[in-house]
Design a protein. Structure first.
Length: 503
């Protein structure tokens, strides 16, 4: 297994780009089950969770390939399979959002009940409530949910004791877009990733209104066509990189993230005394597809040669993107220009004044070295509140702030597995139920740590950046599930970080 070795003490500085959003990519990939024809997705990050979803889709008859310009080309080639098996679903709970699209498009779905989670109980009752409200007949058996029946539309309230449900909203929206009914979802999740899914589906011909609000109205349509779509930037990765700048008292510029997706997080950084600079920079487009197709022109789009008859499940090897001209050049991770503020698709690259090189206005958020870092209180909430996925990262940052921080988890009350590992570096954290009391100004000393969950792992890496001496974060595959080359990005900012094999 791999681990990350860190020598603490470096002050980070420089620019780094965020990758496309994991939590927007996963439901959008699942939504490809609904689409007749090829889909091209730009900005899908190279992550273990994306690989897991692609493997599930391949088992469900979706042919896909990473193209020369790093976009993903996908098309349903065989729609007979309706089962998402346990051995794949257990590797990633987000697979449960295959249930809605699979049922709506193929009339039947058998999806494994998701397993446990390291940060507490994560039921799916709201998913089932929502799908049942629009026509699904649901039976639970042999550890799987069996869905049959027809999409009829309906009204459903998706609020639970901890707010709305992100993937539950995604599941119901993806089921409701086809057919003849109208579906009203009250207490819909308002996360940018849910909005991105809705924008993608509308780009494919769906009729979803109220995007970004707590009330979505979905009118079913007969069919959805393919399109080309760019995934929004990953706001959680952006927040993690900004924490790396803050915890090392550095000047770190994060390119591509949309500040409006991070307003609650940025508010807490400012309250802690961190000065931030926001703006846009004109950067050359490093995408090879500088035409940036939005609507896929089927004639111009690469054709996918169907798998040879009887060749079993579609394999990526059967995919030949017919007339894709090989564009050279690499998508350089530290310079890629991600879309500007528009959520639905990136801005057209205008020929800048740089001698005809196409450029794009890319937003940036920059941390500046602070004089004093104050402890702040944080409570996680559904969007637009403080994101639970940045709780571990800001808690690690508060370990060196002046004063005592009270950090309360109102989404996942048990999500504090990182506290025990941070204590091994010398952090002083006291747990009281859904609250962690963090005593700041701690001198952290490097130690070996064990990663356990995606965001907790990132918090351990952040602490290692500022701990004296060497730290090791083992089982780094947890990190690779949701961060694209985080160690390389931190190293580019000057961190003494290397990936090694656990002895
Ligand atoms: C999504 O998970 C994200 N995952 C999570 O990010 C994120 O932490 C979470 O939303 C909250 O923002 C993806 O998008 C792939 P929920 P999801 O349903 O949809 C309760 C990461 O690190 N609930 O919004 O599964 C639930 O227990 C991951 O990238 C029910 O009670 O989360 C929780 O307390 C981790 N019944 C709250 O709602 C349900 O049927 C929010 O959960 C569903 C959820």
């Amino acid at each position: 297994m791999e681990m990350i070795r860190i020598r603490g003490g470096a002050t980070l500085s420089g620019s780094v780009s965020v990758s496309g959003s994991k939590n927007a990519s996963l439901p959008i990939l699942a939504a490809c089950l609904l689409i007749d024809g090829p889909v091209i997705l730009d900005g899908v990050p190279h992550l273990r969770d994306v690989d897991s979803m692609l493997q599930l889709l391949e088992n469900l008859g979706v042919a896909w390939t990473r193209q020369a310009d790093d976009s993903l080309l996908l098309e349903v080639q065989d729609d007979h399979e309706v089962r998402a098996p346990y051995h794949l679903v257990r590797t990633m709970r987000a697979s449960f959002c295959l249930l809605g699209p699979l049922w709506a498009k193929r009339g039947r779905a058998i999806v494994s009940y998701p397993g446990g989670c390291v940060f507490g109980h994560r039921p799916v009752d709201l998913h089932l409530k929502g799908l049942g409200a629009i026509g699904a007949q649901l039976e639970l058996g042999d550890g799987h949910v069996h869905a049959t029946g027809r999409v009829q539309g309906g009204n459903v309230f998706l609020g639970g004791n901890f707010g709305s449900t992100v993937l539950g909203t995604a599941n119901v929206v993806m089921a409701a877009v086809l057919g003849s009914g109208e579906t009203i979802i009250d207490a819909a999740a308002q996360e940018p990733e849910v909005a991105d899914l809705c924008h993608f589906l509308n780009a494919c011909g769906a009729d979803i209104r109220g995007i970004g609000s707590h009330r979505l109205v979905v009118r079913g349509v007969d069919a959805l066509h393919g399109c080309r779509y760019r995934i929004i930037p990953d706001r959680i990765e952006a927040g993690t990189l900004l924490c790396a700048g803050v915890i090392t008292r550095g000047e770190v510029e994060v390119l591509g993230a949309r500040p409006e997706d991070l307003s609650a997080f940025l508010d807490r950084l400012r309250a802690a005394g961190v000065s931030l600079e926001l703006g846009t920079r004109e950067l050359p487009i490093n995408r090879r597809t500088d035409d940036g197709l939005r609507e896929l022109d089927v004639n111009a789009a690469p054709r996918i040669r169907p798998a040879a008859k009887g060749a079993g499940k579609a394999r990526t090897g059967d995919l030949v993107a017919g007339d894709l001209d090989e564009r050279q050049g690499s998508l350089m991770a530290d310079r890629v220009a991600l879309p500007g503020s528009s959520g639905a698709a990136d801005s057209e690259g205008e020929a800048g004044d740089g001698g005809g090189v196409a450029t794009e206005h890319v937003p940036f958020i920059r941390t500046l070295p602070w004089d004093r870092l104050d402890a702040v209180d944080v409570a996680t909430l559904p969007y637009p509140g403080f994101p639970t996925d940045l709780q571990a990262q800001i808690l690690a940052t508060m370990c060196i702030a002046e004063g005592v921080s009270v950090i309360t988890e109102k989404v996942y009350p048990e999500r504090f597995i990182h506290c025990a590992e941070l204590a091994r570096l010398g952090a002083k954290i006291h747990r009281e139920g859904p609250t962690a009391i963090v005593h700041g100004q701690r001198r952290l000393r490097g130690a070996a740590m064990m990663a356990s969950d995606l965001r907790a792992s990132a918090a351990l890496v952040l602490a290692g950046l500022v701990a004296e001496g060497r730290s090791e974060v083992r089982r780094v595959y947890h990190l690779d599930r949701g961060y694209e080359a985080l160690d390389r990005k931190l190293a580019r900012l000057g961190a003494d970080v290397e990936r090694a094999t656990e002895s």
